[in-house]
Design a protein around this ligand. Sequence first.
Ligand code: GLN
Length: 275
Amino acid sequence: MKISSWLSSVIPLISYYNPKFYAEIFLIYVTGRSKKWLLLHDDYLLNSYQIKSLKKCIDRLCIGEPVCYIVKECEFWSLSLMLNNYVFIPRPETEILVEKLLNMLPINYNGKILELGTGSGAISLAIAKERPSSNIIAIDSSINSIRLAKYNSMLLKLNNISFFLSDWYFIFDSIKFEYIISNPPYLSINDIDCNNSLKFEPYNALFSKHDGIYDIEFIINNSSKYLYNNGWLLLEHGYNQKKIVQDIFYENNFINIFTFKDYHGHDRVTLGMKY
Ligand code: GLN
């Protein structure tokens, strides 16, 4: 089947979405060709394997699966990252978290940063790219996430991150960091909406007990032991968690506590300094 015929057969099927956009993404994924090449060769003959793969992509899109999972790739901080269903899809608002940390780090920063719950590696990879002399340790409690994040760092040729399997601070003993950063699970079970795409993402990476605050509380309550004095803890959290997150920071004697909004105007990132 020619690309042009495939396009005309598939566009009505996905007219609910942005059909040209998705058809193009899937063609690039399945043929391994560039967008430009595909435009110039719309009489290219797709083989039966490619047609089957394209059909699978369309079927998955039609049941609401996020396109990043279908093509196993996403973009974060202008980095192209490999993705799979073991990790959640990095969100644009997490770039605020990255931005806030970068604002505190001189360009030649060579200190130690810990990322808790790295998932695809997005946050650490962005920081490693922008601060090549920094020394980053990224942990996750999922071996599949660690494998993927390591693979991403290899593809991006970033050598200043070490990845470890750990349940939060579990593997650390006497090590201290200047910065700890995390986008932990913070959604509440009440945020589950069966119609949305969250159902394709790993539950444990998104949802936390006690109305979504359990992991955030654990991370703040235990951070002192792993932060130098004047070290910073930076956390992403839910749009309605500013007060509770700030209270936990205060209870742990942090100072300089600030909350920042995301691109939608929602409170999203809180940071504080260990005193
Ligand atoms: N920001 C994500 C969402 O709202 C949740 C990410 C998380 O729990 N860390 O879907």
